[in-house]
Design a protein around this ligand. Structure first.
Ligand SMILES: [Zn+2]
Length: 455
């Protein structure tokens, strides 16, 4: 007997209608249709999965070698978006890879000893990026009908984070060989005209709990239970892919992101891998923008030789304002004094040299100032000497380049909104996995983990 669509529609209405009270809204109808068809969908999925398992050849998915079959019909249960499904599949031993494999599990996208179907994996991963597991449980149930307790949701999201981490590490490994670099570079879209690549770098901190289980003891002793760790963050984009909104706000069409708490040594090759994938090797010109932190310029010198360097204009202006207030207090005199310095900096070709000269001119009047004011002056002369070659804002503006590192600062604050929620602690291993997951999502590579989107 063949069933036609009309029969299915008729059956669904017959099932749902008696359960709907008079006067219910469409939302209730939607929810009810979901519910009455749930068992049917669950059984359909179970059957399709079983058919796929039965068809699956017993070759190693990694090396294609025929497996030495250990057992047919080994059962497995998986939580899908339609509920629990059960199926049987075969497994065997691959002598070349020296491991037991379940080829059907690999093809289906199931992870070893993990209870979630690929769509459940994705739901956990996506919601964990938005908020802590405890806060999203109800939303997940309302939107998908599946009930996941916070610890399962967290565990599953963490597992997906580990997968994201493995993908990221694989990209970093490619930077270590010439063939690998060529492979990474081939992912960059071919440029139609010469372009400038911009790299912006910054850091923020994350709170981690190192002493699980000891919090009460430590708190009683008046000790800190968490520690702050730096998350090194970078963003990469092509200047020709930057546009403006109708209201004049700059937007960047395509951007790469890096965020890691694995230290500067971990950050550097990740930034390099991301930049290559976004067109570093095809770029006519490379510009690195950041605040004055020395570690950033060490990375620039080490990994991005030949790139121009620029200190964020607003940080530099802050330096001048701080000095003005140190010397003249929070007065009109301070404002009057600092204004020409700000103008030179922004509008003259060698503005930084004029600033230095101006500051050095103040030395003649040192007897007006206290010892600590004199120290402040010398410190700022040192700062401008150190960075003067990174302060050509006039040329930068003329070329349409950014003079501030606002793009990376907004990236940092977006990460912080998720990673620094009140009362939230991250574990040393867990936070790196979540950072990798969040970065994969931002980098538009989500499909590498979850290739089932049909849109
Ligand atoms: Zn194999």
């Amino acid at each position: 007997m063949t069933i036609c669509e009309t029969d299915v529609v008729g059956w669904l209405c017959e099932e749902a209608a008696p359960l709907l009270e008079e006067g219910v809204g469409m939302g209730t109808m939607e929810t009810m249709l979901d519910r009455v068809s749930l068992e049917g969908r669950r059984r359909a999925l179970e059957r399709l999965v079983q058919q796929a398992c039965d068809r699956q050849t017993l070759n190693c998915p990694r090396c294609k070698q025929t497996l030495k079959v250990e057992e047919h019909h080994r059962a497995r249960k998986v939580n899908s978006t339609f509920g629990l499904i059960r199926f049987e599949r075969s497994y065997g031993f691959c002598s070349r890879c020296d491991q037991y494999v379940y080829p059907a599990d690999v093809i289906l996208g199931l992870q070893e000893r993990a209870p979630a179907s690929p769509r459940v994996q994705e739901i956990c991963a996506l919601t964990a990026l938005r908020a802590p597991a405890g806060q999203v449980q109800k939303d997940v149930r309302r939107m998908t009908g599946i009930d996941l307790d916070p610890s399962s949701l967290h565990r599953e999201a963490r597992r997906q984070g580990e997968r994201a981490l493995a993908l990221r590490d694989a990209d970093v490994a490619l930077t270590k060989t010439l063939d690998g670099v060529v492979e990474l570079a081939a992912r960059a879209p071919l440029p139609s005209a010469p372009f400038t690549m911009v790299l912006e770098i910054d850091a923020w901190n994350i709170r981690e709990r190192d002493n699980w289980g000891l919090s009460e003891v430590l708190r009683a002793a008046g000790q800190e239970t968490g520690r702050w760790h730096w998350v090194y963050t970078g963003t990469v984009f092509r200047l020709d892919q930057r546009g403006t909104t109708a209201s004049g706000r700059p937007v960047i069409a395509e951007r790469g992101y890096v965020a890691t708490r694995s230290g500067i040594d971990g950050f550097q090759p990740q930034l390099y891998a991301e930049a290559i994938q976004r067109g570093l090797l095809q770029a006519e010109h490379v510009l690195i923008l950041a605040d004055g932190a020395i570690w950033i310029w060490n990375i620039a010198a080490d990994r991005f030789k030949g790139a121009s360097q620029r200190v964020d204009l607003y940080h530099v202006k802050e330096h001048l304002w701080t000095l003005a207030k140190e010397l003249f207090g929070d007065t009109d005199k301070a404002k009057e004094w600092v204004t020409p310095f700000l103008n030179w900096l922004e509008r003259r070709k060698d503005g930084a040299l004029d600033v230095i000269q101006g500051l050095e001119g103040l030395r003649a009047t040192l007897d007006q100032f206290t010892a600590s004011q004199q120290d402040a002056l010398e410190r700022e002369i040192g700062y401008f000497e150190e960075h003067k070659d990174r302060m050509d804002y006039k040329t930068g503006k003329a070329l349409g380049q950014p003079v501030g590192s606002g793009a990376v600062e907004s990236t940092c604050s977006q990460f912080q909104r998720r990673f620094k929620l009140p009362g939230q602690f991250w574990s040393l291993a867990g936070d790196e996995a979540f950072l990798a997951l969040a970065t994969l999502h931002r980098n538009e590579r989500w499909n590498q983990l979850f290739p089932h989107d049909l849109a």
